[in-house]
Design a protein around this ligand. Structure first.
Ligand SMILES: [Zn+2]
Length: 84
């Protein structure tokens, strides 16, 4: 009878331990998902400076534009067309 009681106590301790471990894993996963969502929002929320090609009118990010004497272009070909 003593052993049966001991087995019940050990089983209960095991189930409690397992439950807490799963709960902790879930919390960690939620925290990670939250961090990723925040990072995504931060990146999406950043405004990107846009510009317009002086030759064809294409809108493109300023960082990808080709700088000319008269303004921005979508590529070196259009800079050449417009400025020569
Ligand atoms: Zn262009």
């Amino acid at each position: 009878m003593k052993y049966a009681l001991l087995a019940v106590v050990l089983l209960a301790a095991f189930f409690i331990w397992r439950h807490k471990r799963r709960q902790r894993q879930r919390e960690l996963q939620q925290q990670q998902a939250q961090r990723q969502a925040t990072e995504r929002e931060r990146q999406l929320g950043q405004p990107v400076a846009m510009t317009r090609c002086r030759h064809c009118g294409l809108h493109l990010p300023l960082a990808e534009a080709t700088q000319g004497k008269l303004g921005h272009y979508c590529g070196p070909e259009h800079r050449q067309h417009a400025e020569n």
